[in-house]
Design a protein around this ligand. Structure first.
Ligand code: 6R9
Length: 710
C-alpha cells in the first residue's frame, strides 16, 4: 500500500542523511523573530539551515515551533491580530472591539478583520518606497529576466510605484472601476505583475488566466467572470518560440457572448521601444498586430499617464482576485480571495517559510497564471519589502543550466520551483550545476506535487551543496499560501514529506468514509483543516453552493483539501494523492472532466474517460480511453485530431500522452465509469484491480489490459 511505500522511502532517506550536523541553537532561533516590514539584515554566509530529520526531540528550535504552533491554534484571533498589526499597514486598523475572525467553516462565511481598511498595492509598494525617510525607494523591488539571458531589467520601489501608478491610471482611463473584473492573459513580462498590482491599487479584481490556456478555456473564464476588460500582449516568448496571445484573445471573444461582453482589449507589445516614443501614437498604424476597434495600445497610453495614482481604500473583505482552477466537473471554478486575509497570509508565509531577510533576492520561477505566481512571485516578497525575481523563459533555454546560471548572475538567495523541473534537470547530470557558483543560495523550495526523495536529494546536494534548507511546501489555490511545510532552521526536513502544519493551521487526518478524526501516528486518511485561516478562499465566484459542497460540507466543520495523506510514525505528513478526479501533470492541476469534455468534442468520439498515469518526470501523464461512435475506425490521424481537440479545448499542457480506443469503457451497472480500474491498468498494476464484480461487463477488463497496459 502507499503508506508502506512512503514509510520505506522515509526510512531509506533519513538513514542517508542522518550524519548531517544540526546547526547551532542560536542560528536556529534567530530565524523566527524577524518582522516583515523590517526584515532582519542577513548575516553574511550565516544562513539558518535545518537539520535533516534526525533528532527532533533534542532540538530547541523544534520545541519553539511546537509552542508557537499550539498557541496559534488555541487562540487564532490573538495570533492573527498580532501578525496583521506587525505585517500590514491599515488606513483603518481592525476595530479593537471586534474579534479578528468572523464566521465559521460550518457556515462557510469566514471573514478576517471586516471593517478594517487597507490597500494591498500600497502595502506591497508605497510603504517600502517611503521607508527610511524615502531611502527605501532605492531598494530593488523586482528583477526581471526575459527569454534571452541578456534581456534583464530591474525596478526600484520608486520605479515600481511610478510604473504601477501609470498602469493604474491607464486602466482607469479606459473605464475600469473599483469592483470590475479585469482578465489578464499575459506572458511573464514585468507588466504582468505590475498590472496585477495596478488592479489592486484601484480596487479592480484581477483574474489572471495562464497564457498556456487555449482560446476556448480563456473564453470560458472571461464569460464566467463577466469580465468587460482584457489585458494581454501581442506575443509571448518561450525559448525563442512566439506564442500569438493576441490572436488567441481575438478567438476567445468569438466564444459565448464575449464579443458583446468585453469592452476593451488592452494590448502590451513585447518589443515596444520606449525610446521611439515620439513617433508612437496610441492608435498608430504601426501596431505590430492587427488592431481591432476595441484594442488599446497599452505602452504609449501608460507612458503618458501621471506617475502617481491614489490607492483605493478597500475593506479587508473586499475581493482582491479570482483565480480559476480545476475541480471534478468541467466547469472552471473561480476561487475568490479577499484583501486583508490574503495579504497577511502571503506576507506571513513568505517570510516564515523562506526565512526571508532584508536584501534577499527571492526567485519563484512559477508563472503568474497559477496561484504560486500570485502569492510568491507578486505579493509575498513585495509585501515583505524584498526583491522578487521574475522569469519569462523556460529552464531548458538556451540549455539545461539556465536556472543555475541565473542564480549565479543575480546572486539569488531563495529559489523556488516544482519537482517536475528538478526531475527533468537531473537527467542532464551533476556536471551542469557544478559549473556555476550557487553559494548565494540559502533556501530551496519545492511546490506543486510531492517531491520524490531521489529528486529531493539531488536538489539538496547538487543545488544546495548540502547546506541549504529544502522546504517542501504543500498548499493549494484555495489555501492562498503554504499550509503544510517545514521551516528553515526551525523544523526538520524529511525528504518526501511536506512535514508539519504552518502556524495557525490546524490540520487533521480524517477517515474518508466516516469523517472521524484519525488520531495517532502511522495512519492514513484525507487531509482536512479544523479552523479558518486568513488566506483561505472565501467562495467560488457566483457559486457559493459549489464552494460549500466541494470544501466545507463533505466533512462538516472542516475544510477538505481533496488530498489523501499518510502521517508517519513521527507525525510527519506525506501527500499520497488526490481523492477526486483531479490530475497533476508537471505541477499543473488539470480536471479529468475538462479533458474528457474536450475529447467528446470530436464528432467521432462517443465517450471518454481520462486517468493519470505515473510519469518519471511529469509526476503524472494523461491517459485517455475513448469509445468511438458506431462505424468510426481507429487511425493515426484520428488520434492526432483527438489530441488537437484537447489542445484547443484546454491547452497544450493538457494533451494526453496516450489515447486508447476501446470498444467500451468499464462501467458499473449504475452507469459510472470505474476510473480506478483504468488507473491500475495504465500503471501496470492490473494484477491488483480489486473488486470488479459491479461492472456491467467485466470482460472488458481483459480487452483494456491487452490494449493499454505498459
Ligand atoms: C500550490 C499549488 C494543489 C494540489 C494539492 C496537491 C498538490 C501542491 C504539494 C502537493 C504534495 C506538495 N500539491 N503542493 N502535493 N506536496 N508540496 O500547487 O496549487 O495548483 O491548486 O494544486 O497540488 O494535490 O491539492 P494548485
Amino acid at each position: 500500500s502507499q503508506s508502506i511505500f512512503a514509510a520505506l522511502l522515509t526510512a531509506a532517506c533519513v538513514g542517508a542523511f542522518s550524519t548531517t550536523p544540526a546547526p547551532s541553537t542560536s542560528a536556529l532561533l534567530s530565524s523566527t523573530s524577524s518582522s516583515s516590514t523590517q526584515l532582519c539584515e542577513a548575516k553574511d554566509h550565516e544562513h539558518a539551515a535545518s537539520p535533516v530529520y534526525d533528532a527532533i526531540s533534542t532540538n530547541t528550535a523544534f520545541s519553539s515551533y511546537q509552542t508557537r504552533h499550539a498557541e496559534s491554534i488555541s487562540n487564532p484571533s490573538a495570533f492573527w491580530a498580532k501578525e496583521a498589526h506587525k505585517r500590514l499597514s491599515f488606513f483603518t486598523p481592525p476595530p479593537k472591539s471586534h474579534p479578528t475572525i468572523h464566521g465559521s467553516l460550518e457556515k462557510g462565511d469566514v471573514k478576517f478583520f471586516p471593517g478594517a481598511k487597507l490597500n494591498v498595492c500600497y502595502n506591497a509598494i508605497d510603504r517600502h518606497a517611503l521607508a527610511r525617510n524615502g531611502k527605501g525607494g532605492n531598494d530593488v523591488a523586482m528583477i526581471w529576466e526575459g527569454d534571452e539571458p541578456t534581456d534583464t531589467k530591474s525596478f526600484t520601489y520608486n520605479e515600481m510605484l511610478e510604473k504601477v501608478s501609470q498602469i493604474a491610471n491607464a486602466l482607469k482611463n479606459q473605464g475600469v472601476k473599483k469592483g470590475d473584473v479585469v482578465t489578464i492573459y499575459m506572458p511573464m513580462i514585468p507588466e504582468l505583475p505590475m498590472t496585477m498590482l495596478a488592479c489592486a491599487r484601484i480596487g479592480a479584481v484581477h483574474s489572471v488566466v495562464f497564457a498556456g490556456f487555449s482560446a476556448d478555456a480563456l473564453g470560458a473564464r472571461i464569460h464566467a467572470s463577466q469580465s468587460q476588460f482584457v489585458v494581454t500582449a501581442d506575443i509571448g516568448l518561450r525559448g525563442t518560440k512566439k506564442i500569438p496571445l493576441k490572436d488567441i484573445v481575438n478567438d476567445s471573444l468569438t466564444k459565448f457572448d464575449n464579443e458583446n461582453l468585453v469592452d476593451k482589449v488592452m494590448v502590451y507589445e513585447r518589443f515596444y521601444d520606449d525610446s521611439n516614443e515620439d513617433e508612437e501614437t496610441e492608435d498608430s498604424e504601426a501596431a505590430p498586430y492587427d488592431m481591432k476597434p476595441k484594442d488599446i495600445r497599452m505602452n504609449p497610453l501608460v507612458n503618458k499617464m501621471k506617475p502617481y495614482c491614489v490607492p483605493e481604500v478597500m475593506d479587508a473583505e473586499d475581493e482582491l482576485f479570482i483565480l480559476y482552477t480545476s475541480g471534478s466537473t468541467g466547469l472552471p471554478k473561480g476561487l475568490v480571495h479577499t484583501t486583508g486575509g490574503y495579504a497577511l497570509y502571503a506576507a506571513f508565509t513568505t517570510q516564515t517559510t523562506f526565512n526571508l531577510e532584508k536584501g534577499d533576492i527571492f526567485a519563484c520561477v512559477a508563472d503568474c497564471g497559477w496561484i504560486t505566481g500570485h502569492t510568491y512571485v507578486v505579493y509575498g516578497a513585495l509585501l515583505n519589502g524584498g526583491t522578487t525575481f521574475v522569469f519569462e523563459s523556460t529552464p531548458m533555454y538556451p540549455d539545461a543550466g539556465r536556472y543555475w546560471d541565473m542564480i549565479q548572475r543575480h546572486k539569488i538567495n531563495v529559489f523556488y520551483t516544482a519537482p517536475t523541473a528538478i526531475r527533468s534537470l537531473m537527467r542532464y547530470g551533476d556536471s551542469i550545476p557544478k559549473k556555476y557558483d550557487l553559494s548565494s543560495l540559502k533556501v530551496l523550495g519545492s511546490v506543486g506535487e510531492p517531491i520524490n526523495p531521489e529528486a529531493w536529494r539531488w536538489y539538496y546536494e547538487n543545488i544546495g551543496n548540502s547546506k541549504c534548507t529544502v522546504v517542501d511546501t504543500y498548499w493549494q489555490t484555495e489555501t492562498g499560501g503554504h499550509i503544510v511545510t517545514n521551516i528553515p532552521g526551525v523544523t526538520p526536513m524529511k525528504p518526501g514529506s511536506c512535514t508539519l502544519p504552518m502556524y495557525g493551521i490546524d490540520t487533521v487526518v480524517l477517515d474518508a468514509q466516516t469523517g472521524e478524526v484519525v488520531e495517532g501516528n502511522d495512519v492514513e486518511g484525507v487531509l482536512a483543516i479544523r479552523q479558518p485561516w486568513p488566506g483561505m478562499a472565501r467562495t467560488c465566484l457566483g457559486d457559493h453552493k459549489r464552494y460549500m459542497a466541494t470544501y466545507l460540507t463533505q466533512y462538516p466543520g472542516y475544510y477538505f483539501t481533496g488530498d489523501t495523506v499518510y502521517r508517519d510514525s513521527d507525525g510527519f505528513i506525506f501527500v499520497t494523492g488526490r481523492c477526486d478526479d483531479v490530475l497533476n501533470v508537471s505541477g499543473h492541476r488539470i480536471g479529468t472532466a475538462e479533458v474528457e469534455s474536450a475529447l467528446v468534442g470530436h464528432p467521432l468520439v462517443a465517450q471518454a474517460a481520462v486517468v493519470g498515469k505515473p510519469h518519471p518526470i511529469k509526476g503524472q501523464s494523461i491517459s485517455a480511453f475513448v469509445m468511438l461512435v458506431e462505424g468510426a475506425e481507429e487511425s493515426e490521424d484520428l488520434i492526432k485530431e483527438m489530441k488537437m481537440e484537447v489542445r484547443s479545448g484546454v491547452g497544450p499542457f493538457a494533451s494526453p500522452d496516450q489515447i486508447v480506443v476501446s470498444p467500451s469503457l468499464p462501467m458499473t451497472r449504475s452507469g459510472k465509469i470505474m476510473r480506478r480500474v483504468l488507473r491500475k491498468i495504465v500503471a501496470g498494476e492490473a494484477d491488483s484491480l480489486g473488486d470488479v464484480s459491479t461492472l456491467a461487463d467485466p470482460s472488458i477488463v481483459d480487452v483494456l489490459i491487452e490494449k493499454a497496459a505498459p
